[in-house]
Design a protein around this ligand. Structure first.
Ligand SMILES: [Zn+2]
Length: 320
């Protein structure tokens, strides 16, 4: 008997990646393309559908799971995307379903990552945990008692928009001082520039990305090290609050910028120790993700395999 396969896609601000996933946790037919122009929603959806057909080829798939950077309502309509506002209000699941003739499940990309790590990665042994995805933004996905907690409006788990500085940097979500503005790649660059100008006045441009800040830190650049320490401190503040609120088992840190984690961990643990209840803080395992950028695709496929009317992950434990 041939294995059931699901189409999975991750829609990013710059690139879209897609592939076919079985429930064995393996990805096949992986492809990547530049994110289509968002100026015309009709052309955008049609370009996504063409990409889906290319990835599927002659393979028959059961359904399609699509991770998007935004809050997604139950019917697969994108309610709010801080970093891709052109998607706001787009009934993406319905439109793709009509074009492709198969069930489509649209999910928040960070929630898809949480489900992927829960089923196949670092979260397999954890009952309740949070994933924090560090990249261009800071995403979050919450698994409680082996179920994805999305909330009635699909906005749960958004740790990137918890406040760490009351009058801090303004954020695309409309608030100020959100964690995302300090712990994302662009946030790191901004911290570096602020610290550099405080030390030396007018300075050379300095690192242009989170990766470049990390490279400078590994080369011994004191300002880069301090910038990563600052991001770690802010992450630790938020994680301590999460520990006190939810008393979960772990935090899994993933995403492009999570490679800098070792340089952020000392400040992170210091804040966690200072601020969390001792028992809740001790229980919390802080660990990197295991699946890299496959987590979101595997999680989207897993969610697509569930009944579209059922908005917890499934009725069974995720790792059964
Ligand atoms: Zn925000």
């Amino acid at each position: 008997m041939s294995e059931d396969l699901y189409l999975a896609m991750d829609l990013g601000g710059t690139n879209c990646r897609a592939g076919l996933a079985g429930l064995d946790g393996r990805l096949r037919n992986m492809r990547r393309m530049a994110t289509p122009d968002l100026a015309s929603p009709r052309d955008f959806v049609s370009a996504l559908a063409d990409f889906c057909r290319l990835v599927m080829g002659d393979v028959r798939v059961q359904s399609f799971g699509l991770g998007v950077p935004g809050a997604v309502e139950a019917a697969g309509r994108i309610a709010f995307s801080p970093n891709l506002p052109q998607l706001n209000g787009l009934p993406l699941a319905l439109e793709l379903q009509e074009l492709l003739g198969m069930p489509v499940r649209v999910v928040n990309d960070a929630n898809a990552i949480a489900v992927g790590e829960a089923c196949y990665g670092a979260g397999r042994e954890l009952d309740s945990f949070l994933t924090i995805t560090l990249g261009t933004g800071v995403g979050g996905g919450l698994i409680l008692r082996r179920r994805l907690w999305e909330g009635p409006d699909g906005t749960a788990g958004e740790v990137g928009h918890l406040m760490v500085e009351a009058e801090g940097r303004s954020c695309a979500c409309g608030s100020r001082g959100c964690l995302e503005q300090y712990a994302s790649g662009p946030g790191l660059v901004r911290t570096y520039r602020e610290l550099a100008s405080a030390v030396a006045g007018a300075v050379a441009p300095g690192p242009a990305s989170g990766e470049e800040v990390a490279q400078a830190a590994e080369g011994g650049d004191a300002i880069a090290l301090a910038s990563l320490g600052e991001a770690g401190r802010r992450l630790g503040q938020v994680i301590a609050g999460v520990a006190n609120l939810l008393n979960i088992d772990g935090v899994i840190i993933t995403g492009g910028a999570s490679g800098h984690l070792p340089l952020m961990l000392p400040a992170l643990h210091q804040e966690l120790h200072l601020r969390a209840f001792a028992t809740a803080g001790r229980r919390l395992a802080i660990q990197p993700g295991m699946l890299g950028d496959g987590a979101g695709l595997l999680g989207a496929a897993r969610l697509a395999a569930m009944s579209p009317t059922h908005f917890s992950v499934n009725d069974e434990p995720l790792n059964s």
